[in-house]
Design a protein around this ligand. Structure first.
Ligand code: GRF
Length: 193
């Protein structure tokens, strides 16, 4: 990885669209001494995103970006990232697909968390598909983001057993609890060299 840890932590932006429970876990992790990152900016496409409250609670700058025009939206985001000297982007439940052009500006510096054992179940409704296919395990993956959806190199995965009694909701809950541990672990892993 190109980034290195100096005396300062790696300035990170987290992109969210909803609840922001992964954002919360990343903020908590960032406060630890051993964390290589600090969270300096929260970006959302959704002004109603519940996760925005963590920006208020932890005094982190928030930016709401209207995605009606993706090209303009991405230009605005890039400007914000530059202004805040952001070096790493963590997507955490961000429901917009970033363009190739945008990603080019941050090659190898955008991470995502996905609620399946990639390469299985890219895209949406991962838990429903895992249950319908009678899979024995589901789980979550943290991966680098490239131009293809949910297809960049995997950093870490965590398996979760699917029980007979599991519903989409109960499985989502179990996987989410693991996501909260896996994202910080994956970040530690890529910066531990
Ligand atoms: C998580 O399951 C994440 O893997 C997926 O969207 C969900 C976001 O949850 N991409 P939260 O907003 O972090 O609570």
């Amino acid at each position: 990885m190109v980034l290195s840890i100096g005396t300062n932590k790696i300035k990170t932006a987290v992109f969210i669209s909803g609840t922001g429970s992964n954002l919360k876990s990343l903020i908590k992790f960032s406060k630890l001494n051993k964390s290589p990152i600090s969270i300096n900016l929260i970006i959302t496409n959704n002004k109603f995103a519940k996760g925005l409250k963590y920006g208020t609670i932890f005094k982190i700058k928030k930016k709401i970006i209207n995605f009606k025009n993706k090209d303009i939206a991405e230009k605005k985001i890039l400007k914000e990232l530059k202004k805040n000297k952001i070096e790493l982007i963590c997507l955490a439940g961000f429901m917009k697909i970033l363009s190739k052009n945008f990603i080019k500006n941050f090659t190898g510096k955008i991470l995502n968390i996905h609620p399946s054992l990639l390469p299985k179940y890219k895209g949406l409704n991962t838990h429903k598909r895992a249950i319908e296919n009678k899979d024995k395990y589901s789980g979550c993956s943290v991966h680098f983001v490239n131009a293809k959806l949910d297809s960049g190199k995997t950093i870490l995965q965590k398996k979760v057993k699917i029980l007979k009694k599991d519903t989409t909701d109960s499985l989502a809950k179990k996987v989410l609890a693991q996501e909260h541990k896996l994202y910080p672990k994956a970040i530690s892993k890529i910066f531990s060299l």
